[in-house]
Design a protein around this ligand. Sequence first.
Ligand code: ZN
Ligand code: ZN
Length: 364
Amino acid sequence: MAKKPLLEFTDRGIYCAKGKFYIDPWKPVDDAVITHAHADHAYMGHKHYLAHHLSREVLLYRLGEINLRTVEYGETVMKNGVSVSLYPAGHVIGSAQIRVEHKGEVWVVSGDYKVENDGISTPFEPVKCHHFISECTFGMPVYQWKPQVQTFNEINNWWRGNLHNGVATVLVGYSLGKAQRILQNLDLFNGKVYTHGVIENTNEALLRNGVLLNPTARITPESSKEEVRKGIILAPPSSVGTPWMRKFQPYSFGYCSGWMAIRGAKRRRAADRGFVLSDHADWDGLISAIDATGCESVYLTHGYTATFSRYLNEIGFDAHEVHTLYGDEEEEEAPSQPPPEGEELNSLKKVSPSGGDLEGAGVL
Ligand SMILES: [Zn+2]
Ligand SMILES: [Zn+2]
């Protein structure tokens, strides 16, 4: 009889039967190892959680009082004879890949990751393994990121232009990861940074965790519109089109997302400017990351799994598509719908389940 694999895909999530734990399960379980605090990876209702130390305060803020143990990168935890350790995924602050080892067999679960060093998340580290379970949100050749410094130059120039034109500047990015990455790269000589409450709460959680961030001011009903107009407003996707955002009119509204790399994406979000900025690996990043693991087989959990696994098989990898409920926080609170016909650069449809990120439902 064939040996049971160390990790398997179940209707609750990725499961290790030997170690009796799940990785990023989407249904309640006894023992959950969590890659990072985005809502499609960190669900409520588990009895025990294990995550990276820098995810601690955000998890507590988002999930309430949970039974949480945190570890540093590289620290090993034994679970029923199986060793579990976390390695940097470079996706957002505190994000981790999960390495699972038993009797010399090694699996790594990527969670979400990017390979560019964003200056605030511990940079991605490839981990050698036999089997690699990888996301592929942007697993299409059209997705190629520029170095972030170029994108931030565009953003800072746009902000200066808005100041010159006397309009407010509203920049949208999801609240965990993108917002802090933007904050740390804004040119603060331009003015002050004002935040929506969801972003400010996330920043405060990270500060409690010892993360150093540039100063921000929470927007409240008392905030002076004239003062706010002289700065920049950081807002989550859930605020787009709401009365909260409209009260800053006239404004220019920019949207930061990897999806801005395709035509039509900016218009669909009614944004004035689209900035290509993603916390996921681009096409080359995915391939280099998978290659660097030296893995025998790769399992693709979310994104363009069909296209990407076909390509990997063509270039000699043993690649498989698996079905999971991981979504796409780039579309946070705006669940991804397939773009209208003809708007993608080719006809391949996005495969990822359309759950989106559930932040809006849980903690707003
Ligand atoms: Zn994520
Ligand atoms: Zn995700």
